[in-house]
Design a protein around this ligand. Structure first.
Ligand code: WTA
Length: 654
């Protein structure tokens, strides 16, 4: 919930801002309201360089499969690289890379363009062409960004898979996308540890169903020992050696799929969210410009991984499209100690810092325990804007971030958005919006967000409801890869008469200001440390352990650090274990889920019962399980429950 403290934008943030003062914000909104297509067309012309200018703006004839700028052509990599070099920014630093061990490498726009062109040429030489899908399974690196840009350059559709996903998850994504190549690294370095990447690719491909893969390109990061499949595997340094540093971009239609990014939904199978080229780039650039007020001499740092949408929009594309200087960080916030973020802000004079509430909450704990890693022990005066993303930020964490990191002078932009939305949807603008801790405030200009009831009717301010977007917007999801029906059902369900985009979150607007506060997911999706996890996905992974597990139900419960924690209720195919045996099996199941999906999906809490609480008709009572997970006394009506005694069993943690 939001607090009642108000933070008007400080004078220093208003002055010179791209959107300066609330009147400027209101004017943009009014303009979008009065001439929706004209608004977006104007910004699409000003923000993006088109090869062939578009004449059509929005095509709604195939709703909800909307098209934007459909007769225009462009190239994203041209917009992010060549264009900046042509504008005289060739020697400007595009990326400051800081490795896990602290080693810093700076890459200029000219160098980034040359590297991207070489890899693009190498991909083409391997027969990879426009429309092919390329999976990128990489750690945080300049090479990861180059891989994405190189795909964009030749019109190949990339699908980045977060380096923490398991072989099984990687395999599923490769198969679903029908990818022709994988770009990976031998290993990744995080927190001083060497973690496998190539070995997981090998394992994924060996699981079968990936016959479409012809090439595996491997960036040598650690030089660790890896297996090699001749004819399929090649080193990145070998494939780019001798390639020309120029590569004519492939000019693609605005609707051409720039990337797929798999995310969790309310069924077991992750969905391949498909994004466009033109509309996506427009919103990536425009939100970077307005929400972060990114100016030429800023140093921008988004701490997300390129495996998530935040790393796509606010590392790989947005800041580069504006010719900004950004940090790419390989490591973790707690290595070599929990002062790493603050030290990096100090060392690189970071001026805009964008991170997740989970990171802030864990760093608060560390700072309170040890003054040496408290932000006050560092010089953070370079900061001017702070951002938050991925989950609700609780007012206490907001206040700490504001006071101790931002020195009380930096606006915090609490940006609400999703993989599907491509960029910010509801967010303060730092030089315009009065902030309220815990509220993501007001829609980005041109985004028609609203709160409605089950019938799709807008509810009065002050009353909670379902968050929707009333009009299609340029960077929205185009479809779910290979499953248009699921796209319609998930985002434009019939009971909303297919009219509005359904975000999957609940929201409430402040009675007086109309400010939005997100109240959490209304579907079976959890948010753990800002990572989206489907409860059904974890349940499927658990029951896939056919030797042990008969039945499983997964729910979330609030957690002080990670926002939500995963709690699994399991019925085994053997008598309910207790004591050490229960602990041992719980560990086995946790590791199993880690292998099936990835470590981020491991349940924090596993509880065993002889059965699960079910209604007489056999439906699992999740509502009840959520209360049990929270440790609440059950006050709900359990009269429909067939076997009330098992609630006691399920209350015991292992
Ligand atoms: C949640 C991450 C509250 C929300 C960019 C959404 C937030 C889901 C915020 C999308 C925020 C994201 N305040 N909740 N500022 N930002 N969320 O697809 O539940 O990984 O639906 O995209 O995260 O997660 P995703």
């Amino acid at each position: 919930m939001s607090s009642s403290h108000l933070y008007p934008p400080p004078e220093a943030a208003v002055k010179g801002a791209y959107v300066s003062g609330i009147e400027a914000y209101n004017k943009l909104c009014a303009e979008a309201e009065a001439d929706y297509e004209g608004f977006w067309a104007r910004h699409a012309r000003d923000t993006v360089t088109w090869k062939k200018p578009f004449t059509k703006v929005l095509n709604e004839s195939g709703a909800p499969f909307f098209k934007w700028f459909e007769d225009g052509t462009l190239n994203v990599s041209y917009n992010c690289l060549d264009r900046n070099v042509e504008r005289g920014l060739g020697d400007k630093t595009a990326i400051i890379f800081e490795a896990d061990d602290g080693k810093v490498t700076k890459v200029s726009y000219k160098q980034l363009l040359a590297q991207t062109s070489q890899l693009a040429n190498a991909l083409k030489a391997r027969g990879i062409k426009k429309g092919d899908r390329v999976v990128i399974y990489m750690s945080m690196s300049v090479e990861g960004v180059v891989a994405m840009q190189a795909c964009a350059r030749i019109g190949a559709t990339h699908s980045v898979v977060f380096g923490g996903f398991s072989a099984q998850s990687l395999r599923d994504r490769i198969e679903d996308a029908g990818a022709v190549a994988v770009i990976t690294a031998d290993e990744q370095l995080r927190g001083g540890k060497q973690l496998p990447l190539k070995a997981i690719v090998d394992e994924a491909l060996a699981l079968g169903g990936c016959d479409s893969i012809k090439n595996v390109i491997v960036y040598k990061r650690t030089g660790g020992n890896i297996a090699w499949t001749a004819g399929r595997d090649e080193w990145l340094h070998d494939v780019v050696a001798g390639q020309s540093t120029t590569c004519e971009p492939e000019w693609v239609e605005a609707e051409h799929p720039l990337f797929l990014l798999y995310t969790s939904g309310s069924t077991g199978k992750p969905k391949g969210v498909q994004h466009s080229t033109g509309g996506y780039l427009l919103h990536a650039a425009l939100t970077t410009k307005w929400t972060f007020d990114l100016r030429p001499d800023d140093v921008f740092w988004c701490t997300a991984d390129i495996g998530w949408v935040t790393g796509h929009t606010y590392i790989a594309y947005g800041p580069l499209a504006l010719g900004g200087t950004e940090i790419v960080f390989e490591g973790v916030p707690t290595y070599p100690d929990a002062g790493r973020f603050w030290k990096m802000i100090q060392d690189h004079k970071v001026s805009i810092f964008y991170t997740a509430p989970t990171a802030i909450r864990s760093l608060i704990k560390a700072a309170e325990a040890n003054a040496a890693v408290h932000p006050k022990s560092y010089d953070l005066k370079s900061l001017r804007i702070l951002g938050s993303v991925g989950e609700p930020i609780n007012p206490a964490a907001w206040e700490w971030y504001h006071q101790h990191v931002g020195g009380g002078r930096c606006p915090i932009v609490d940006t609400f958005w999703q993989t599907e939305t491509g960029g910010h949807m509801i967010t303060p603008l730092p030089g315009a919006t009065t902030l309220v801790p815990g509220s993501c405030t007001l829609p980005f200009p041109g985004i028609m967000a609203a709160v409605v009831d089950e019938t799709g009717k807008e509810v009065p301010w002050g009353q909670g409801g379902i968050l929707v977007v009333k009009r299609p917007w340029p960077s929205m999801i185009r479809t779910i890869w290979g499953d248009p029906e699921r796209f319609k059902k998930s985002y434009y369900p019939e009971d909303f008469k297919g009219k509005y985009y359904l975000a999957g979150d609940g929201a409430i607007r402040d009675e007086k200001t109309g400010y939005f506060t997100i109240t959490g997911r209304i579907d079976d999706v959890l948010n753990v440390s800002g990572h989206r996890m489907g409860t059904m996905e974890i349940e499927s992974a658990l029951v896939a352990h056919t030797e042990l597990v008969a039945e499983a139900a997964v729910v979330g419960r609030p957690d002080d650090t990670t926002g939500e924690a995963i709690c699994a209720f399991v019925v085994l195919k053997r008598p309910r274990p207790t004591g050490d045996e229960a602990k041992r099996i719980a560990k086995e199941l946790r590791d199993w889920v880690g292998k099936e999906i990835g470590p981020i999906a491991k349940p924090k809490d596993i509880r065993f019962g002889d059965n699960l609480p079910k209604t007489r008709s056999g439906k699992i009572m999740r509502r009840l399980l959520r209360s049990v997970a929270k440790g609440e006394t059950i006050t709900q009506d359990t009269s429909t429950l067939e076997n009330p005694a098992i609630l006691d069993q399920l209350s015991q943690s292992n």
